[in-house]
Design a protein around this ligand. Structure first.
Ligand SMILES: Nc1ncnc2c1ncn2[C@@H]1O[C@H](COP(=O)(O)OP(=O)(O)OP(=O)(O)O)[C@@H](O)[C@H]1O
Ligand SMILES: O=c1ccn([C@@H]2O[C@H](COP(=O)(O)O)[C@@H](O)[C@H]2O)c(=O)[nH]1
Ligand SMILES: [Mg+2]
Length: 222
């Protein structure tokens, strides 16, 4: 049986990143990571940020789904990870993310649900040469996250109580340390995500406007 690595990643499939893509880097881009537990509202808020501030919204979960639809060699492994609430190996995730960024005409990205573990974070920094302008942390209670996921009704294979428990475990054990890493660098903006979607977005807008004022147009082009 397949085991789960300490960092929540499935222990299989090593992907060699596409050389043409890996040789370029993404310096000069505005990158905001949006992190939080499963069901904390990351995708809901990223969509609002994209519309309001003109960012390109990249959800790694959606990029992985799209990869499955291309019937690629990684399809089964990705589907198995999703069903089990495990993380897909970093090299594949980073490759998909990097390709999506390079294909976009936009240079401002709001990245939804990545990096999920320390290996993801290090791969993004060393391979793509990207560091986030800041990290939005959507802070929500476990009880509320579970309630939202069980009511999502979008037909996701991972919205069942057994997979939700596994995703929560990965979140607490692997993703929270990443948030703490950025927090220690003073780069996390924590948002109370327990409120209504509209109230959460108002708080997010305040963060964007504050940072724009602080850094001016050079770092944050809104
Ligand atoms: N602030 C909120 N209050 C109540 N419900 C919300 C709120 N934000 C999002 N939702 C609802 O909760 C569900 C989960 O939201 P969403 O998909 O945005 O979470 P997520 O963090 O992206 O989850 P995942 O990690 O599974 O991708 C959706 O049905 C969404 O409509
Ligand atoms: O960086 C990532 C992001 C996602 N995954 C896998 O996809 C599912 C769904 O992701 P959502 O962001 O919740 O839509 C997640 O449970 C993982 O299996 C990943 O491996 N790495
Ligand atoms: Mg989501």
């Amino acid at each position: 049986m397949e085991t789960m690595a300490k960092d929540g990643a499935a222990q299989e499939a090593t992907v060699t990143p596409n050389k043409d893509v890996s040789e370029d880097n993404l310096k000069g881009y505005t990158v905001i990571y949006v992190l939080g537990g499963p069901g904390s509202g990351k995708s809901t808020q990223c969509a609002k940020i994209a519309t309001y501030f003109g960012f390109c919204h990249l959800s790694v979960g959606d990029l992985l789904e799209a990869e499955v639809e291309t019937r690629s060699e990684y399809g089964k492994m990705i589907e198995d990870c999703k069903k089990e609430g495990k993380l897909v190996p970093s090299d594949l995730v980073v490759k998909l993310l990097q390709q999506a960024m390079q294909r976009s005409q936009n240079k401002k990205f709001v990245i939804d649900g990545f990096p999920r573990n320390e290996e993801n974070r290090a791969a993004a920094e060393s391979f793509m040469k990207i560091e986030p302008d800041f990290v939005l942390f959507l802070d929500c209670s476990e009880e509320e996250m579970k309630r939202r996921l069980l009511n999502r009704n979008q037909g996701r294979v991972d919205d069942n109580i057994s997979t939700i428990q596994k995703r929560l475990k990965v979140y607490f054990e692997c993703t929270l340390p990443v948030i703490n890493y950025y927090s220690a660098e003073g780069n996390v903006r924590k948002i109370d995500a327990e409120r209504s979607p509209e109230e959460v977005f108002e708080a997010i807008k305040d963060v964007f406007f504050e940072l724009k004022e602080k850094h001016g147009e050079t770092r944050m082009t809104l």
